[in-house]
Design a protein around this ligand. Sequence first.
Ligand SMILES: Cc1cc2nc3c(=O)[nH]c(=O)nc-3n(C[C@H](O)[C@H](O)[C@H](O)COP(=O)(O)OP(=O)(O)OC[C@H]3O[C@@H](n4cnc5c(N)ncnc54)[C@H](O)[C@@H]3O)c2cc1C
Length: 341
Amino acid sequence: MKPDRVVVLGCGPAGAAAAITLASHGISPVVIDPRPSVEWEPGEGLPSAANALLRRLGVWPSFQASGHLRSSGFLSCWGSDEPFFRPAMLDPRGASWQLDRPAFNAVLRDAAGTLLTRQVHGVRRDGPRWTVDHLEADFLIDATGRSSALARMLGVPRRVDSRLVGMVALLPDPSPAEAASIVEAVADGWWYASRVPGDRLVVALFTDAAAARSISVDRWNYLLKSTLFVGPRAVLSTPPKIKTVVAGSSALSRCAGPGWLAVGDAACAHDPLSSRGLHDALSGGIAAAEAVALGDLSAIDAYASRVAAEYRAYLDDLAWFYRQENRFTESEFWKARSGQV
Ligand SMILES: Cc1cc2nc3c(=O)[nH]c(=O)nc-3n(C[C@H](O)[C@H](O)[C@H](O)COP(=O)(O)OP(=O)(O)OC[C@H]3O[C@@H](n4cnc5c(N)ncnc54)[C@H](O)[C@@H]3O)c2cc1C
């Protein structure tokens, strides 16, 4: 039966996409997120495949008015010293983007309907009804990102398939007209650089969590200067402030159960090398909400099976990419998968 009262936990891209889609099916959800405002966070590359999703969510005009930059493509140096440039202009789906991430999240948040800014401490289920703090609901959506807070409260295990972290800095951009993003493999993992609005440059080293523990700011600088492409793109005037964030692949052992499901990173989180986190958060939010609106258990099962199958296929693709790089990460990846690190 189609639920009347749906609570969405988390108002990142996945939670917002789910809330907007539910509203389009006549269900006005309550969205809860403890963050009162949207601040900068890593995750600025939006592939062109997301353009159609933003149109479908009805936020395309406000997205276009938010000052995001168009990417000219990817300079990739992966597994050999020969760089490869993949121009964005060859993509028939249109531009891919270098996002103003707070503005991107804010556009989605504004369209998501009623938002309560608070932390959820517990949920209870009595028969078919949920109580979330003092709210009653027929159905819950976990859109809390990698923490998968609801699933955790329900005791659903999360498997971790790699221990990748990103050591990320937001620097002044010495050449803001340079519109290509860069990926460069090195012995310690891989580097990434992309301009973002406001004449700033995101620079990140992605490496294994254990290796990251011994990388100081000075070492990060040294490693950056040793790169062929990312280092020359950046200018370091002052010691950068480096934020270390979890970035590896992980997934819930099941992303739906009686009266709930998970979307976006809460369901499964991807290595940023795949550039699919934001796209999948939007498409997963839409697909999940459509399954919920059908009010049909088999639709929710089908959603969960599809998420699980896509994640398995993604892991195979990712392993292939790391085998091409063939230095550090493949062995770390498989060690992590078999639980050795
Ligand atoms: C270093 C790094 C770089 C990345 N780069 C890219 C990129 O270039 N391109 C790309 O597509 N993807 C990238 N990603 C991935 C992308 O950022 C995520 O896939 C995307 O943000 C997932 O969206 P989400 O809505 O599922 O989760 P999130 O964006 O994590 O949102 C979760 C929301 O839930 C809220 N929340 C948390 N706990 C609770 C709770 N208990 N109750 C209620 N609310 C809660 C949070 O406040 C947050 O607003 C990157 C990720 C990392 C780590």
